[in-house]
Design a protein around this ligand. Structure first.
Ligand SMILES: Nc1ncnc2c1ncn2[C@@H]1O[C@H](COP(=O)(O)OP(=O)(O)OP(=O)(O)O)[C@@H](O)[C@H]1O
Length: 352
């Protein structure tokens, strides 16, 4: 028996004759916080629902703790309530007629670890503390804010001590401050309970604050499965480049010279970071603001706007030679006109 909490093997799924998932294979070990990202409609919720048992794949298999729970070919199907998972979906699905504490207590399995009523109450109170809801135990969901309801939802999901937590955009719709606090809270709770998490999100901040690992879904396939630092250093698609802060795109003619990929620019041969399959010829280039610097000779740039952000100036430049605009980050207000050059570590190119 291996230490993987979740194993997916060749999951295929179509909705209304459209292929949504095309052979998803992955393993999630114990204790890992995994983000599932991708464009709207890329199949993230569908994959989560298949893991939960709320939907069935057309083919492939789902195993939890090395036990197959869904395999259409082998006619195996374990229903959601017997999969031992915690789930937090966008609409927290709380019981409206039960108080905060009762909602949590109701989620503690009766034939479980906590047999006596007093033990169950103690478990519920400890969950209330974990999600910082002390003082709100007797309130009904309608008397709680969105963020508070969300915390009740999280406590409920953790009630049965699951070793895998499925979260579908649980932070969307919360205000920025609560979202920040809940994000830290979720990560700490998951670490404390040593469970694994599969977390669907659109928010790039989650990559840096939550993830041990990120899965990027595009056109039904996982096109990148990487740690946040690898995702940043080597984004496999324009969408991932944008997610990690790159802006684009301008067209270049890619060449390979002395084993180095790059393109001819006003500053000479401009090296780039090659990602994925690239070939010589036209390509689209993306650059991050942290890879744009002022230099004596480079692309002429005219300042067209700037905003102050976290101790630095975020400056918008227009580069007439490229017919393109981009941002740089500056410690001080730069001149209205300057020259700019690009750092290859933040410059990525993709086939047109
Ligand atoms: N029950 C259904 N019947 C028909 N089509 C469906 C059904 N559920 C989902 N789809 C379609 O399957 C595709 C994937 O949907 P899914 O909800 O998994 O995407 P998603 O990546 O979670 O999107 P979002 O980020 O917008 O929530 C979409 O094109 C969607 O319209």
């Amino acid at each position: 028996m291996d230490d993987n909490i979740l194993t997916l093997d060749g999951i295929e799924k179509s909705h209304a004759r459209t292929k949504v998932l095309r052979g998803i294979t992955l393993k999630i070990p114990r204790g890992q916080f995994v983000l599932l990202m991708g464009a709207s409609g890329s199949g993230k919720t569908t994959l989560l629902r298949i893991v939960a048992g709320l939907e069935r794949p057309d083919s492939g298999s789902v195993a939890l703790r090395s036990v197959v729970v869904d395999n259409p070919a082998g006619k195996v199907f374990v229903p959601p309530e017997r999969r031992g998972l915690g789930m937090v979906f966008q609409d927290y699905a709380l019981w409206p007629h039960l108080t905060c504490l009762e909602n949590i207590t109701a989620a503690i399995p009766s034939r479980s670890l906590f047999k006596a009523r007093s033990e169950r109450m103690e478990r519920a109170r400890s969950l209330v503390r974990d999600v910082s809801l002390e003082g709100l135990e007797e309130r009904y969901p309608a008397q709680l804010s969105g963020g508070q309801q969300q915390r009740v939802g999280l406590a409920r999901a953790l009630a049965a001590r699951p070793d895998l937590l499925l979260l579908d955009e649980p932070l969307s719709g919360l205000d920025v401050e609560i979202r920040g606090r809940m994000r830290d809270n979720i990560r700490q709770l998951v670490r404390k309970t040593s469970c694994s998490a599969l977390f669907v999100t659109h928010d790039p901040v989650d990559v840096w604050r939550l993830a041990d690992r990120v899965l990027m879904l595009e056109e039904g396939r996982i096109i990148q499965d990487a740690t946040p630092d690898t995702l940043y250093g080597c984004p496999r698609s324009p969408r991932i480049a944008r997610l990690t802060g790159a802006e684009g795109a301008f067209t270049v003619t890619l060449q390979k010279r002395d084993m180095q990929w790059g393109f001819e620019s006003v500053t000479g041969f401009q090296p780039v970071t090659p990602v994925g399959l690239i070939t010589e010829g036209p390509a689209r280039a993306y650059i991050r603001p942290e890879g744009v610097r002022q230099i004596n000779e480079g692309y002429v740039a005219r300042r067209i706007d700037m905003t102050f952000e976290a101790g630095r100036w975020r400056v918008l430049w227009h580069l007439p030679q490229l017919g393109w605009s981009l941002h740089s980050l500056e410690p001080e207000i730069p001149p209205e006109q300057t020259c700019l050059a690009f750092d290859a570590r933040h410059l990525f190119v993709y086939p047109v």
